[in-house]
Design a protein. Sequence first.
Length: 135
Amino acid sequence: MASRLNPYLSFRDDARQAMEFYKDVFGGTLTLNTFGEFGSPEGADADKVMHAQLEAENGFTLMASDTPAGMEHNPGTNISVSLSGDDADDLRGYWEKLSDGGAVTVPFEKQMWGDEFGACVDKFGIPWMVNVVHG
């Protein structure tokens, strides 16, 4: 396998719900493993997600986990997930689903650089940027 770059998202207790949401957005195969499956069957974190991976048919990969109890979790704006390309229909569809129930920070519209662009924070607090390249 070639090297690849993909986001790895951290959640407090809702990684399963978030990754199921992203599967609804992008399609593909979602694999979820809990802490209980890997050595902590009795602990408070047994049902939390230790590792989740979504492999979409279009080549997108998202990974995520829940933060175990006792570890610091600092959701913030230090990461955004960027989707870009020239498949306008797919990208507009992702935008509609990602922004639904979230907060639009930049409306999805034609920008001064000639592309369609929008930014939002989805209902799980993850910032997204979607750019449709024109020209």
